[in-house]
Design a protein around this ligand. Sequence first.
Ligand SMILES: *Cc1c(COP(=O)(O)O)cnc(C)c1O
Length: 396
Amino acid sequence: MRVPDSRGYYGEFGGRFVPETLIPALLELERAYKEARRDPEFRKELLYYLSRYAGRPTPLYFAERLSDYLGFRVYLKREDLLHTGAHKINNTLGQILLARRMGKRRIIAETGAGQHGVATATVCARFGMKCVVYMGEEDMRRQELNVLRMRLLGAEVVPVKTGARTLKEATSQAIRDWVSNVRDTFYIIGSVVGPHPYPMMVRDFQSVIGEEVRRQFKKMTGRPYPDLLIACVGGGSNAMGLFYPFYRLRSVEMIGVEAKGEGFGLGKHSASLCRGKKGVLHGAMTMLLQDEDGQVVNAHSIAAGLDYPGVGPEHAFYKASGRARYVAVDDRSALKGLKLLSQLEGIIPAMESAHAVAYLSRLRRKLDRDKTVVLCLSGRGDKDMHIVQEHREDLI
Ligand SMILES: *Cc1c(COP(=O)(O)O)cnc(C)c1O
């Protein structure tokens, strides 16, 4: 089955649950995107910026000491080496080129930790577009440096003061802005979430990750495909970018790692696939963290980028159909993952990616020696040094 279908559904998930006034804008976006995707000029331009500006292709790196330690072969896809330090730039470059093609001059975005806000502010500066980023007031306090980065890049950061003042509220506010300014405004969504066509479009822009892995892995190993793919899942864009190009290759196993936070108590974690229920949030039917009354509850994770109560509808579909498996790793184990990769490979991963590393150590000595695993190292850890400082007794 090809997903999504023409209405934007991935099995029972996805769709377009938005106010009536946004439907024409989503249809216009879908039309423009499908045209752009087929246009060799657009593809050439995107490829140019991905390589010359962002630093693609990123290396696929055989992690020798980590592999010795784990007892199987691990390859890291080095998205941490990209401009702005994570995979998010793959998507913001794609969307800003599309915005320009559609003649939109004003860009809006939501951000939680600020990583997507920074990636959006970056491309807005590069293409001379006006940039407004919605961010919860609580997140602005916790992520002061990213607020400074965005402002330095010329973006306006708007504090959102409703509810828990975090990503969920910032996203709702960005959607409201879009409803009122839809004629001249392009909304750059930061993950494989939101109403159709966003989950599809963001997946396609991030698929450069998995497409490169396919070529690089074959060249490096002489084998056709890796045995296992593994990536952390917040909204799910770096994982989908790695998984999707392998979707049809049934022998390739996929594991998405969610954040178990402080445990599976209500409000203590972000594991929407492992522990959520079906519901609608931010324009899509998906798996969500909810209380008994169906209210969406706040998420928690030590990794700000995983701290979201929903997940992309395509992951919900992969889980329901059994194509991928989803597991959860808690804050404490993620810190161990951070330390492990830092000390065995000299690579300090983002706290988000450290969740995937931590899951690998659960597989230690449980796979055959010649098994090959590709892990998406979604970002670098520089942004997380305040967490290291907080936990230095455990880490240093
Ligand atoms: C934002 C972010 C994530 C989580 O987002 P996905 O859409 O799930 O990929 C993971 N890693 C890093 C480094 C991030 O900045």
